[in-house]
Design a protein around this ligand. Structure first.
Ligand code: FES
Length: 340
């Protein structure tokens, strides 16, 4: 079997991290609210620039060690499961088929923007499933990025089955949004409470027991540690008695505890300068937003119920990627200067 990239793969290869960021930005207004944060979180969880750096390294294992990468950071190891937190995951089998068919029939003369191609595939699946196109946009973008990272052959090789049970499959997007927006009742005289209010943190919307309580003002990671089940059996980065969110330093120094916030980001505390600086260094997010959708769980403090998702890996790569990018840009500016 030929391992030569097909025309669609060549087309995808022309899109770097910045081009993809623009594609995602253009698609967001067309994406159903239920998957707007989830889509952005997924793209933050699987940065293309990091994969390209690992591929370009003489010794990728050595680079992974240097960048302190831990856990499952390769998308190729989780093609069918990396996106279970998207509502659109339920359409994965059809999306996978439709994107594969699109890639197979793609002609090198096709110059339509990637955004338009994602919409065309999303529309096809939406029509077949008789659902709104906006529910398919995020997951279709995820499928295309997955091909960009793992290649079409590997993408097609996995079974492509969805991972949701019947109860989950029946949930309407409005039900999911309603559940995310719901704050805990604080009892009859709850309005009198100020500091001891308790909020639910859901960390896997498909699993009824994947939740813990967080006291007003408590860090999310500290609240997670009240769950004494042995999560190290499920996720090797977890430590016994520390809960389901992997942690090490608890002081914004290691980057282990990053999480995505599917719902309720506005109820967490503002990002303090220390967290902001650390997030940029780690490479997780670079934003001035006071309450972004990627946070360090050891720093973000609760002020209401939230729904989060825990990434399958962690590392410290922001500084490295920025230095690499500066290095790549240097010869070009030197040439320009020399020619000036
Ligand atoms: S546990 Fe180290 S940054 Fe949060």
């Amino acid at each position: 079997m030929s391992t030569e990239p097909n025309a669609f793969e060549h087309f995808l290869q022309r899109h770097d991290e910045a081009a993809w960021a623009q594609v995602v930005n253009e698609l967001l207004p067309l994406t159903h609210e239920v998957d707007r944060n989830a889509t952005q979180i997924w793209f933050a969880f699987f940065p293309l620039a990091l994969l390209r750096a690992l591929e370009a390294a003489d010794d990728s294992a050595q680079l992974a060690q240097k960048l302190l990468l831990q856990g499952k950071y390769y998308l190729k190891d989780q093609i069918d499961t990396s996106h279970t937190f998207l509502y659109g995951h339920r359409f994965w089998p059809e999306v996978k088929q439709a994107v594969s068919a699109h890639a197979d029939s793609f002609k090198s003369t096709n110059n339509a923007p990637l955004t338009d191609q994602i919409r065309v595939v999303a529309r096809t699946v939406a029509a077949a499933r008789k659902v709104d196109e906006s529910l398919l946009v995020g997951i279709t973008a995820v499928a295309c990025m997955t091909i960009a990272q793992v290649g079409l052959a590997a993408f097609k090789r996995t079974p492509g089955a969805g991972a949701l049970d019947k109860r989950e499959l029946r949930r309407a997007p409005e039900d999911v949004l309603r559940a995310r927006a719901q704050d805990d009742s604080q009892g009859l005289f709850g309005f009198l409470r100020t500091t001891d209010r308790r909020w639910t943190v859901v960390w896997n919307e498909h699993e009824p027991t994947a939740r813990f309580k967080m006291i007003e003002g408590q860090e999310v990671a500290s609240a997670a540690a009240t769950d004494k089940r042995d999560w190290s059996q499920v996720e090797p980065r977890c430590t016994i008695n520390e809960g389901p969110i992997p942690v090490q330093c608890r002081s914004a120094s290691c980057g282990t505890c990053w999480v995505g916030v599917l719902g309720g980001a506005e109820k967490l505390s503002d990002v303090a300068p220390r967290e902001r600086k650390a997030m940029r260094l780690f490479g997780y997010i670079d934003t001035d937003e006071p309450r972004p959708i990627i946070r360090l769980a050891c720093q973000a403090q609760g002020g209401g119920a939230v729904s989060i998702v825990i990434p399958p890996w962690n590392g410290v790569f922001g500084k490295y990627l920025r230095a690499q990018q500066a290095e790549q840009e240097q010869p070009q500016s030197a040439t320009v200067e020399a020619g000036a």
